[in-house]
Design a protein around this ligand. Structure first.
Ligand code: HEM
Length: 401
């Protein structure tokens, strides 16, 4: 392919996703070798998988496509960088370790536990909108979109109200605003130390919150070990990028899509019962978590080609979610799309743990925004995050009334 796009370079994404390039890949090279570039961590090339059917196959075959380290590598994980900490949190572990970690923490994510958060989240959403300093000059990402997801994670983790501002500042500096994908160690240490203390307090004196439940979770199987302090802290750290950054991007992308498609905004206002399919379309349309990496555990065939054991491959959920072979008119934002089998939350054993929460946050915030405001106008060209891992608008200046 002559007009190759560098997918390893964050700035490639600073004007949004290179959809044309991926359409070509889906049509002409569904298994594409991305040669190493100066931005490729570890100086290594990787495969690119772009069609829906092939992405789903990778996600549903974790025995062949590992999220952990694959010997002789000393690192692994789900981003292009060979992460030495792979295997220590559920998103970058394979079964049986993944099953054990997920089984223990998911005791806190039951539909009941999430449903119980609804009243509180709605109150918070109203307060966030009420607190917009000047709706005629609103920077939607920082003043609205990032707030509810952060507050929701803090509620789950049982972070006391008085610590939340401090913690969210550290997270902004340390985890969320690292556009080059490099996490600031200084802030990471502050967040980790904070998490350690919080976990210790709840270990000694459990209170009625989800994190206390997770800390004291036990498996039904007596041979299965409870979560270690290190596993707990890794879970604490995972939830911020996994849950807060993604949902923030979904909300700001939703606002942008509704403003750019006034017919869909009008339809949603006229038919509030369309909110559940609208939420699914928002996740398909924005696909905030755009690609994942896996490592092949054995020689295998996929997408009409061959991959060797030990090679890195990437599959692009955002491309799967625009695959013309599966979605009718995939470049149309259609809040009543049916069917909508998008893979924005993944599929298979690693399917998003926070699905119910993410859906509820998007629903509540969009309902409250539409109830409170009638007019939305974009004031300047939206800015995108220069990041190939998490796609999203980082600045959206609006005049709302
Ligand atoms: C719109 C918002 C969200 C999107 C698009 C999203 C997307 C995803 C995707 C694609 C995966 C699969 C990762 C993989 O296969 O390697 C995933 C996993 C995960 N998500 Fe989400 N997520 C969202 C919100 C949340 C929230 C709110 C939480 C928690 C509060 C959360 C927690 C997690 C966790 C813990 C995993 C790892 C699950 C596992 O490996 O078994 N996510 N998410």
């Amino acid at each position: 392919m002559t007009d190759a796009v560098d997918l390893s370079y964050g700035a490639t994404f600073e004007h949004g996703f290179p959809h044309d390039f991926f359409r070509k890949l889906r049509d002409e090279q569904p298994l594409y070798w991305h040669a190493p570039t100066q931005y490729c961590p570890d100086g290594e090339g990787f495969w690119v998988i772009s069609r829906y059917e092939d992405c789903v196959r990778v996600m549903r075959d974790p025995a062949t496509f590992s999220s952990d380290k694959v010997s002789p590598r000393t690192g692994g994980g789900t981003t292009l960088l060979d992460e030495p900490y792979a295997g220590m949190a559920m998103n970058n572990a394979d079964d049986p370790q993944h099953r054990r970690l997920r089984g223990l923490v998911s005791q806190g994510f039951t539909p009941r536990a999430i449903a119980d958060m609804e009243t509180d989240l709605r109150r918070r959403a109203k307060a966030i909108l009420h607190a917009i300093p000047d709706p005629a000059n609103c920077e939607f990402v920082t003043e609205v979109a990032r707030e509810l997801p952060l507050q929701a994670i803090c509620s789950i983790l049982g972070v006391p109200e008085e610590d939340r501002v401090q913690l969210s500042e550290w997270i902004d500096h340390g985890l969320m605003e690292q556009s080059d994908g490099v996490i600031s160690r200084e802030y990471l240490h502050l967040i980790r130390d904070y998490g350690r203390k919080l976990i210790e307090q709840k270990r000694q004196k459990p209170v009625n919150d989800i994190m206390s439940g997770i800390i004291h979770a036990r498996s039904d199987d007596p041979n299965e070990k409870p979560l270690t302090p290190l596993e707990l802290i890794n879970f604490f750290l995972l939830l911020f990028p996994a849950g807060a950054e993604t949902t923030r991007s979904a909300l700001s992308g939703a606002m942008l899509a509704l403003i750019e498609n006034p017919d869909q905004m009008a339809k949603l206002r006229a038919h509030p019962e369309l909110m559940p399919p609208a939420v699914e379309e928002i996740v398909r349309w924005t696909t905030p978590s755009i690609y994942k990496r896996r490592t092949a555990t054995s020689d295998t065939e996929i997408a009409g080609g061959k991959i060797k054991a030990g090679e890195k491959l990437s599959y692009w959920e955002i491309s799967a979610n625009r695959d013309e072979r599966v979605f009718r008119d995939p470049f149309k934002f259609d809040i009543s799309r049916d069917p909508n089998p998008h893979v924005g939350f993944g599929t298979g054993i690693h399917i998003c743990l926070g699905i119910a929460l993410a859906r509820m946050e998007i629903k509540i915030m969009m309902e409250e925004i539409l109830a409170r405001f009638g007019q939305f106008e974009i004031q300047s060209q939206p800015l995108w995050m220069p990041n190939n891992r998490l796609l999203g608008v980082r600045e959206l200046k609006l005049r709302i009334s």
